[in-house]
Design a protein around this ligand. Structure first.
Ligand code: BGC
Ligand code: CA
Length: 304
């Protein structure tokens, strides 16, 4: 089977945070600067969205609830209810707290639930103009039954997250390090320790910034490369690039596996004006088939 890259949505400014929802057989994602949350149904091709009250960094469904999602809006973690219909009214079900109160120039960026449903998400400093970043203003946070806690700081641009339970590892990206971190991960407690780096994009001579990522069932990482027009498959044991999948958009922001068999790679992109206008299909969401690998089911957030 050959690799096929297909555009599945119209362009967005900053598509991000794809999450495959098994229950609805739907892809949820966000467009950060447009303050919107999105749903795409592959079965019908229907794409709907609605607006929230602020820039939204990620969306993850809440376990056991119908139409409820944890989202990062500006510096707040909120549980919102959305019926998935175009433009429909959302309702704030719960406010899980605000972070970075001492640094009001930050906003929540990427976030994901670990294999047990704890939420991890981090913040980033102001980006003004697009592509120019305030350094070291963000932090990395966790929400579980023990509440909302800061896991590490400072972070410049909190991004990709992936876990490998068999290896007891968590992978994490602060984009402005241009590297992928690896931590030992205690799945029982959610604690991270022993930071190392397993991949350095500059060392490989690959252009761009490491952004979102996911992992396949062989334990390899799939990395979205912002301003690199590609997704990279990386062996975390050796740091080797195993495969490069070209995407017809420069600003590739994030990836997740989904579809009925978890063998479709969904890819979000952006069309921000960084040194030039990004013409369509830049900013669209894409679907990559024929990769010959599978991902794990995306984990929902377990509301403490
Ligand atoms: C951020 C963008 C940023 C990009 C750079 C994304 O996660 O949301 O604002 O430009 O990372 O890689
Ligand atoms: Ca991102």
């Amino acid at each position: 089977m050959s690799i096929k890259v297909e555009k599945i949505t119209d362009p967005l400014v900053l598509g991000e945070g794809p999450h495959w929802d098994e229950k609805q057989q739907a892809l949820f994602f966000v467009s950060i600067h447009e303050c919107t949350i999105h749903r795409y149904l592959p079965a019908t091709g229907e794409h709907t969205k609605t607006k929230l009250d602020g820039r939204v960094g990620f969306i993850v469904p809440v376990e056991g609830a119908i139409n409820q999602f944890v989202v990062g809006v500006e510096r707040r973690f909120l549980v919102v209810e959305w019926d998935g219909q175009e433009g429909s009214q959302t309702r704030i079900v719960k406010d899980l707290g605000e972070v970075d109160q001492d640094v009001p120039s930050t906003r929540i960026n990427d976030g994901k639930a670990d294999p047990r449903g704890r939420l991890f998400a981090g913040t980033m400093g102001a980006e003004d103009p697009p592509g120019s970043f305030q350094m070291d203003k963000g932090s990395f946070y966790r929400i579980d039954s023990r509440g909302l806690v800061k896991v590490c700081s400072p972070i410049s641009l909190s991004n990709g997250l992936a876990w490998d339970v068999q290896k007891g590892a968590m992978y994490y990206i602060d984009s402005l390090e241009y590297k992928i971190r690896r931590y030992d991960y205690n799945i029982e407690t959610g604690e991270i320790s022993n930071k190392t780096y397993i991949f350095d994009i500059k060392e490989k001579g690959q252009e761009g910034i490491p952004d979102g990522m996911t992992i396949d069932t062989d334990g390899n990482i799939w990395l979205a490369v912002f301003q690199g027009s590609c997704v990279l498959k990386i062996d975390p044991n050796t740091g080797k690039i195993l495969q490069k999948v070209p995407i017809p958009a420069q600003q590739v922001t994030s990836v997740t596996f989904g579809g009925p068999n978890y063998d479709i790679l969904f890819v979000t992109t952006a069309s921000m004006n960084i040194g030039g206008v990004q013409e369509p299909p830049c900013g669209s969401t894409f679907m990559v088939t024929g990769l010959g690998v599978k991902g794990y089911p995306n984990v929902n957030f377990k509301l403490p």
